[in-house]
Design a protein around this ligand. Structure first.
Ligand code: G6P
Length: 362
């Protein structure tokens, strides 16, 4: 669709692509839901996944971060053990594989050489493979046994946004499809939960001024920034840090809340900006104490929490969504923070230095 390729009134593709995310999730829903409301997935793929005793997810960059969320989704919903690997590292540190492995490649472009390197090896071993990609007919799609498309439309900005959330939505649908014991998620309708998430994403997208204000307050003159979270919020903090690094060139790092005291807290000094993410009820108390610990050492903390877990001084409160789908919503303020930080610094947002949209060398 030619209109997808145009910025229209948007100053940057990245902002357009951030805004498109609720629509993309709704598109994913429509593509994977059949007329009876059930999940539409190739029967062969379903069988191969059901036979698998372990799933190995391979990806790079932002797709790797979606793969970390995918591990949670597949383990908690489907009940299958999952390992998520950085594709290039898998080749050097290949783990001892289970007896019935199934490989999932996640790649926006479907052309990433590091991921393809793994796919070529795995095909030689004749294990079943699935590619989750945004590009029909891409190399990884053609070479894998199965493909699931993310339907995000062309992603032009180098920093990936809508491809990440679309990948997570597809992984969630896949997890519900292979759910082995019904009691794992009784009465959960994945499409219903995803549409609630899409609405919540829209609400966050409409809070751009707040995000701009946060950037002004927290990141205006800083040379670094920390993102902290526990559980799935930790995975989102890695993605938030990557976005900020990629386009604003601010040194950023995502940390697991529990690990702070084991080293990182040494870096906190007066005025160090930190973004805390808190969407998971079971880690609430420990995350709150992390925030206190770093505040006490001078950190300038911006807290993004979820309704029901919020405190009055939190900077942003996300609408409630299914506890495993929170990354779809919590990543939006982080994408926007990166966007405005880059804008304030006058960076080339859509084409950051030294980066390529797809990397076809190992
Ligand atoms: C490049 C891009 C990243 C992307 C990564 C993986 O490094 O700059 O934004 O996440 O490749 O790309 P893929 O197309 O495989 O998802």
């Amino acid at each position: 669709d030619a209109s997808d390729m145009e910025k229209g009134l948007y100053p940057h593709y990245m902002l357009k692509e951030i805004d498109e995310q609720p629509l993309v999730i709704r598109k994913v829903i429509s593509k994977y839901q059949d007329s009876e409301g059930s999940i539409r997935i190739d029967a062969g793929l379903r069988n191969r996944l059901n036979e698998a005793d372990r799933i190995y997810i391979m990806a790079c960059g932002t797709s790797y971060h979606a793969g970390l969320v995918g591990k949670q989704l597949l383990e908690k919903i489907a009940g299958i053990p999952v390992e998520t690997h950085i594709a290039s590292e898998f080749l050097y540190n290949r783990p001892i594989l289970s007896s019935k492995p199934f490989f999932i490649f996640i790649s926006q472009s479907g052309e990433t050489a590091d991921s393809r390197g793994v796919l070529v090896t795995i095909k030689q071993l004749q294990y079943p493979t699935l590619t989750i990609t945004n590009v029909p007919g891409s190399t990884l799609s053609r070479e894998a046994d199965y493909t699931l498309l993310t339907y995000a439309g062309p992603e032009i900005a180098v920093a990936s946004t809508k491809a990440y959330t679309a990948q997570i939505a597809v992984l969630a649908i896949l997890a519900f499809d292979v759910m082995r014991e019904r009691e794992r998620a009784p009465h959960v309708n994945p499409f219903h939960e995803l549409s609630i998430a899409a609405n919540a994403m829209e609400i966050m997208i409409n809070k751009k001024e707040m995000m701009e204000e946060i950037v002004w307050q927290y990141l205006n003159a800083s040379r670094n920034c920390f993102f902290i979270g526990r559980g799935v919020d930790y995975y989102v903090s890695l993605e938030g840090a990557l976005k900020l690094k990629e386009i604003s060139y601010i040194q950023a790092e995502g940390f697991a809340g529990g690990e702070l005291k084991h080293g990182t807290i040494a870096l906190i000094e007066e005025g160090t900006p930190a973004i805390a993410i808190l969407t998971q009820a079971h880690v609430r108390a420990n995350m709150r104490s992390n925030v206190q610990e770093i505040k006490a050492r001078g950190a300038h903390v911006c807290t993004i929490s979820m309704e029901g877990l919020e405190e009055s001084e939190d900077h942003m409160v996300l609408p409630v969504v299914h506890e495993l789908l929170t990354p779809l919503v919590s990543v939006i303020p982080l994408q926007l923070i990166a966007y405005y930080a880059a804008k304030y610094r006058g960076c080339d947002i859509d084409k950051p230095r030294n980066l390529a949209k797809s990397v076809t060398v190992e």
